[in-house]
Write a protein that binds this ligand. Structure first.
Ligand code: APR
Length: 253
C-alpha cells in the first residue's frame, strides 16, 4: 500500500514527465536495556540489576575512571564477555523486519550491538558502544575492537600513546548524539519506546520532541510512565510486545 506520494516535475529535453516517488512512513524507536533483557543482558535498575551490583560512581563516571581505571576497564570487559555469547532476541528481529514496510530509525541507549546484528540498518547509539574504545588523548579517536580481542587493559594505548578507555557516555558527560536524536525524533510518523525506565536524561526527554500527530507506543512489562491518553502501552516484554505492535502497525503502512 502506498503511504505517501510526492511528485516532482522534471524537464527532459522538451518533454515534461512526472516522477512518482513513494516514501515509507517513518517509525522512530527509542530502546533501553529491557530490549536486550531477553537476550540475557542485565538491565540496570531492576532488583539484581547492574546498578545493584556495581556503584555507578565507581564504574560509570569520569571520577570513577580517574580513581580506578582498571576497575572501570574490567567492568566493561565483563559486559563485552556477556555480549559475545548473546544473540538478538525476537524483539530485535521484529524491529529489523519492520524495515520491509517502514523507514525505521532506532535510537538506542544500549551499548550492545544486538540491533545491528538483528539487521536494523539505522541505529544511533546515544550512550556509546561496547565494541569500540576511544583514546583519552586530545583527538579522542575511536577504534573498533576486533571480536577476538574484546578486552581493554591498563597500558593499552592508541597509536599516539594515550590510554584507551571505553567508548561509553558516562554519567556527567555530554551526550554528543543528542542533537541528532532530537532531529530524528522530530521526523517520526510513529514513535515507539521499548524497555527503558525513562529515568535517564536527555534520552527520556526525547518524548517531548515527538510530533503531536505521531502516535506513541510503549512496550515494557512494568509501568514506567503515568498513563497518558496519547501513549498506547503494551505491557509485555520486548519479544511479545513487538509481535503485538507489528500487527497494530499494519494500520499505519
Ligand atoms: N522487555 C522489555 N522491557 C523490559 C524487559 C523485557 N523483557 N525486562 C525489563 N524491561 C524494562 C524494565 O521494566 C525497565 O523499565 O526495561 C527497563 C530497563 O530500565 P533500566 O534498567 O533503567 O535501563 P535503561 O532505561 O536502558 O537505562 C538508561 O541508564 O544506567 C544508564 O547508561 C545506562 O543506558 C542506560 C541508561
Amino acid at each position: 500500500m502506498l503511504t505517501e506520494i510526492s511528485r516532482k516535475r522534471t524537464e527532459t529535453g522538451t518533454k515534461t514527465k512526472d516522477i512518482v516517488t513513494m516514501s515509507k512512513k517513518k517509525i522512530v524507536v527509542l530502546t533501553g536495556a529491557g530490549m536486550s533483557a531477553e537476550s540475557g543482558l542485565s538491565t540496570f535498575r531492576a532488583t539484581g540489576g547492574l546498578w545493584e551490583q556495581h556503584r555507578i560512581e565507581d564504574v560509570a563516571t569520569p571520577e570513577g575512571w580517574h580513581k580506578n581505571p582498571g576497575l572501570v576497564l574490567e567492568f566493561y570487559n565483563q559486559r563485552r564477555k556477556q555480549l559475545i555469547t548473546a544473540l538478538p532476541n525476537a524483539g530485535h528481529l521484529a524491529l529489523a523486519a519492520l524495515e520491509k514496510d517502514f523507514e525505521v530509525e532506532i535510537i538506542t541507549q544500549n551499548v550492545d550491538d544486538l540491533h545491528e546484528r538483528a539487521g536494523s540498518s539505522k541505529v544511533l547509539h546515544l550512550h556509546g558502544e561496547l565494541t569500540k574504545v576511544r583514546s583519552t588523548g586530545p583527538g579522542a579517536e575511536v577504534f573498533e575492537l576486533s571480536p577476538d580481542q574484546y578486552t581493554t587493559h591498563l597500558g593499552d594505548k592508541c597509536p599516539k600513546g594515550y590510554q584507551l578507555r571505553p567508548h561509553i557516555v558516562w554519567f556527567g558527560e555530554a551526550v554528543p548524539e543528542i542533537d541528532n536524536a532530537i532531529h530524528i525524533t522530530g521526523q517520526a510518523d510513529v514513535f515507539v519506546v521499548i524497555g527503558t525506565s525513562l529515568n535517564v536524561y536527555p534520552a527520556a526527554g526525547l518524548l517531548h520532541y515527538v510530533p503531536r500527530t505521531a502516535p506513541v507506543f510503549l512496550i515494557d512489562p512494568n509501568e514506567v510512565i503515568a498513563p497518558q491518553p496519547h501513549i498506547a502501552v503494551i505491557k509485555k516484554g520486548a519479544s511479545e510486545g513487538m509481535k503485538e505492535l507489528t500487527e497494530l502497525l499494519k494500520a499505519y503502512r
